[in-house]
Design a protein around this ligand. Structure first.
Ligand code: GLC
Length: 571
């Protein structure tokens, strides 16, 4: 494929394409599928690039900057929801699953994006949100209008309240984003009536997945986007969908609200959900059988243990599920060691590969999450963690801005915070605006090339002045930048057979240093301690996350070496 020329005249040097993408229309064995060790770049469309000057990112902006993703060396992109939505949870409250919200563009623009991804050799993964919809969704509006006992109500969880006149919710569950998990409706006759279940916000009613219409609807949604050419789906709250059939009271009703996670065993992780993933997998296989292109289902399945997560990635269910135990790990050697070990053992045993992730649109960015004493500690640890993640066996996800070393923005004034968690709880714990600040592309002041310079509207969240040091322009010009670290690491992943899928063996090293060998002698070591440690391999490393000339591994630093004496021949 010739290198495309960019609109601004920049010639793109494309990294070598991966060689294991199937080209013949046969059912390629899953063992060779592209997703097994892919690096996928997550695009939070709202904050990626705004081309029409309304202060909100759009699909045209994704198209315009797609070459950035390709140059970085990722294999594909995952787009957060861009469907029609009143935006109570920035697109995770969907009113029409098969249409583009006008703020982001239209279907014609989406189709052009599919073509561009194809031309650049990037896989395109969309977000699908099956647990709930928007309260503006036509099904929910009909359920409200048609009253208790109507067939339309049966597609959601409507129930009479408890107590005198039904003024108490049907059970004691609390929503993850704060407040009761039930809201009461006003019936068509104007009287207070039934309650409906919402595990997130009242604007996100949960579907009743025991109703056949719901499963049928989502199969149509998947087909709609597959027919337009997408390569797969990231499945929102994949441990959701089914609730305990009796919806009983919980002995620990606010556990989800307290932990901001899907923990209530009556509300999540019900066995019936696996039947849905089998149907979706079969649907994907049907498309692969037609054209030989492997599709991907990657689940946001937040469940208590790696062993439980393994159930979601059995050979006839989801292809992969994000491994969040690494993302939740503190900067601590023993913790990292344990979760990596558990993941490699439990997930690999299913035949799938581990899907590593350190940042996403819901989490405090690593630069701030790993902050320690001194302003340099967080950035150094974040760089080291990235190099560690990219050396692990399996697939990896990079969240936009991670490659610019962006920190979390922690000082947004209350009146600018948009996260429903803040508005429902009054607390900043777990709020997500700080990792969703519009990306800085160029220049020395806001909007840093996020919006056109003459834009009528400011970016939907303000960018701090400190973003000037993190623009793509500055990062590209600095050979020692975070951007170049990621780019080189991704290039090496393409070139070195040891990286990507394969074996991992731990090596004995000094206290505070985590060291493992991949395949034929690729050694990765990370110094979690506060003092320099002897390097496990003599000589300068192939790549290091910070200054490291060899012999010594400085604190908060990771490095890769090739060492023929560290060959791993175990299977
Ligand atoms: C997932 C999404 C999050 C969203 C929630 C409700 O956890 O990642 O952003 O708010 O689901 O859909």
């Amino acid at each position: 494929m010739p290198n495309p020329t960019l609109p601004d005249g920049d010639a793109v040097t494309l990294p070598r394409a991966r060689s294991h993408t199937p080209t013949t229309p046969t059912t390629t064995p899953a063992a060779r599928a592209w997703w097994r060790d892919a690096v996928i770049y997550q695009i939070y469309v709202r904050s990626f690039r705004d081309t029409d000057g309304d202060g909100v990112g759009d699909l045209a902006g994704v198209r315009e900057k797609l070459h950035h993703v390709r140059q970085l060396g990722a294999d594909g992109v995952w787009l957060n929801p861009f469907y029609v939505s009143p935006q109570h949870d920035h697109g995770y409250d969907i009113a029409d699953h098969c249409a583009v919200d006008p703020v982001y563009g239209d279907l014609a623009e989406f189709d052009r994006l599919v073509t561009d991804c194809r031309l650049l050799g990037l896989k395109l993964v969309l977000d699908v949100v099956p647990n709930h919809c928007s309260s503006d969704h036509p099904w929910f509006q009909k359920a409200l209008a048609n009253g208790p006992g109507s067939p339309e109500r049966a597609r959601f969880h409507f129930a009479d309240g408890r107590g005198e006149g039904g003024q108490l919710p049907p059970n004691n569950w609390r929503a993850m984003f704060g407040g009761p998990a039930w809201s009461r409706v006003v019936e068509p006759d104007g009287r207070p009536g039934q309650w409906y279940l919402h595990l997130f916000t009242p604007e996100q009613p949960d579907f009743n997945w025991r109703h056949p219409d719901v499963a049928a609807h989502f199969e149509e949604v998947l087909r709609f986007w597959l027919d337009r050419g997408v390569d797969g789906f990231r499945i929102d709250v994949a441990a959701g969908l089914f609730k305990h059939p009796e919806l009983p009271d919980s002995p620990d009703p606010d556990v989800d609200e307290r932990t901001r996670d899907s923990v209530n065993p009556l509300a999540w992780n019900q066995p019936e959900v696996h039947g849905i993933w089998r149907r979706w997998r079969a649907l994907c296989e049907e498309y692969t059988a037609r054209d030989g292109r492997q599709r991907l289902l990657v689940g946001e399945a937040s469940v208590p243990t790696p062993a439980e997560q393994a159930l979601y990635v059995r050979p006839d269910e989801l292809h992969q599920a994000f491994f969040f135990h690494l993302l939740h790990a503190p900067w601590d050697l023993a913790h990292f060691h344990r979760v990596i070990d558990d993941a490699v053992r439990d997930i690999t045993a299913t035949g799938s590969t581990v899907t590593w992730v350190l940042n996403n649109h819901d989490q405090v960015r690593t630069v701030s999450r790993f902050a320690g004493e001194g302003p340099a500690t967080g950035p150094a640890r974040a760089r080291a963690a990235a190099l560690l993640m990219l050396a692990l066996p399996g697939a990896a996800y990079i969240y936009q801005g991670e490659e610019f070393g962006l920190p979390e923005v922690l000082d947004l004034p209350d009146e600018l915070i948009t996260d429903p968690i803040f508005h429902r709880t009054g607390s900043r714990t777990g709020i997500r605006d700080g990792c969703r600040i519009p990306l800085p592309w160029s220049g020395t002041e806001a909007p840093f090339g996020f919006s056109p310079s003459e834009s009528p509207a400011a970016p939907w969240l303000p960018q701090p002045d400190s973003f000037a040091a993190h623009t793509a322009e500055r990062q590209r010009a600095d050979a020692g930048s975070v951007y170049h670290l990621y780019r080189t690491a991704l290039q090496l992943r393409r070139e070195l057979p040891q990286l990507g899928e394969g074996t991992l063996r731990w090596l004995e090293t000094p206290p505070g240093v985590l060291t493992f060998v991949r395949g034929e002698g690729l050694v990765c070591a990370v110094n979690f301690g506060d003092t320099p440690a002897p390097a496990p391999v003599a000589g300068p490393p192939l790549l290091a996350s910070g200054p490291c000339d060899g012999g010594v591994l400085p604190p908060a630093t990771a490095a890769w070496w090739i060492n023929s004496t560290s060959t791993d021949r175990s299977s």
